[in-house]
Ligand binder design. Structure first.
Ligand SMILES: CC(C)(COP(=O)(O)OP(=O)(O)OC[C@H]1O[C@@H](n2cnc3c(N)ncnc32)[C@H](O)[C@@H]1OP(=O)(O)O)[C@@H](O)C(=O)NCCC(=O)NCCS
Length: 337
């Protein structure tokens, strides 16, 4: 009921020239988690087919499983605005059939609640009619009405229509990140013999955390599976890693006994394990060439590893180690006063 009220407030505040869009706004309604999940899953599958990776396929499997889980369906409507799940948002109906979706996922950033806009998808035969724009405007109205300070989204850098849409709605690009991937067995490199590799020691942490912070600054680390605290050599972390055999490993590259970069390998439940790279800014190239091959040691060759890194940076050394770009995402934010 409150959501409908918000749409009405938005519509009333529209300029006269927007009246034509008011008529079509009646097709827009909040996502109903109890009945919309199967059709939304189909829509996402159809609209993202060309770029969907195994994580995306798993996401759809979970969504379809949730749609048949009575316990989940009883619980979900009570937590739509708290759980970091795609169980809230808006859909667009044509003749009673859902033809477009937008998911809103509440998250915490710097202690504040922000929303991630995701799964914006319009079935092909209904595109270029202003539906995605209307869904995004409704979402922004909702986020603002909840007192949140910002909305975020991630869009593939090569998705020009979507990028342009978000730009015209006030989103500003805050970061551009490339995810590089390689099967462990493909990783190669020729290391400079003047560089020594050892495991990271506790005394190295100050430098490592400083360089990690440059590659994974707060505006991106909050929404990556990266916790700087869990990478520190604190006794508690060491104990956790000791009992969780091989879940995490850190290396340091040294030239003339001085660190020039760090690499962390971290296992994950996704289809890839994560690498976190922290080179010394002046030695980025040499540090990467020396460190990335270590991801190959000791781990099953069938496993994929992925590296999230600022787009456009260190392309040659990363490629020369056998990695290929999986995707480049623009991270965009709209802030509310
Ligand atoms: C991107 C997508 C959601 C746009 O949906 P849509 O309902 O057609 O978009 P709209 O009609 O609301 O268009 C809004 C704006 O987007 C831009 N746009 C949308 N489609 C475009 C296209 N094919 N070429 C260029 N610009 C386009 C335009 O700026 C447009 O504004 P304008 O019509 O005033 O010029 C839709 O094409 C889609 O589902 N694509 C596949 C999934 C996807 O990429 N989702 C975005 C993930 S972040």
């Amino acid at each position: 009921m409150r959501d409908i009220f918000i749409f009405e407030v938005q519509l009333i505040s529209m300029a006269e020239s927007d009246l034509s869009s008011i008529r079509i706004q009646s097709n827009l309604r909040p996502l109903d988690v109890r009945r919309d999940l199967p059709v939304v899953a189909d829509l996402i599958e159809e609209c993202f087919a060309s770029t969907m990776d195994p994580d995306g396929q798993e996401y759809l499997r979970q969504m379809r499983r949730a749609a048949n889980d009575e316990t989940f369906l009883r619980w979900a409507p009570r937590v739509v605005d708290q759980a970091s799940l795609p169980i809230s948002g808006f859909v667009w109906e044509e003749e009673g059939k859902v033809v477009a979706n937008l998911s809103l996922i509440p998250l915490r950033k710097d202690g504040q609640r922000v929303y991630l806009i995701a799964n914006v998808a319009v079935t092909p035969s209904f595109r270029r009619r202003g539906i995605a724009r209307a869904l995004t405007q409704a979402a922004l109205g909702h986020v603002r009405a909840r007192g949140s300070t910002a909305a975020w989204l991630q869009v593939r850098a090569d998705n020009e229509p979507a990028y342009h849409l978000y730009q015209t709605l006030g989103f500003i690009e805050r970061a551009r990140r490339t995810t590089w991937m390689s099967p462990v067995s493909n990783i190669t490199c020729e290391k400079d013999p003047a560089i020594d590799i050892t495991f990271r020691r506790a005394v190295d942490w100050r430098l490592q955390s400083n360089w990690l912070g440059r590659v994974y600054p707060p505006e991106v680390s909050w929404n990556l599976p990266l916790s700087l605290r869990s990478l520190s050599p604190a006794i508690f972390n060491e104990l956790v890693h000791f009992f969780a055999v091989d879940r995490i490993q850190h290396w340091v590259a040294r030239k003339d006994h001085t660190p020039i970069g760090f690499l962390t390998w971290e296992s994950s439940h996704s289809y890839t394990d994560n690498l976190w790279l922290a080179p010394q800014p002046d030695n980025e190239d040499a540090a990467i060439r020396a460190l990335l091959p270590l991801a190959r040691s000791n781990y099953p060759s069938s496993r994929l590893v992925s590296l999230n890194y600022p787009a456009g940076r260190a392309i040659d050394p990363i490629k020369s180690c056998g990695f290929t770009p999986h995707q480049t995402l623009a991270w965009m934010e709209v802030k509310f006063k």
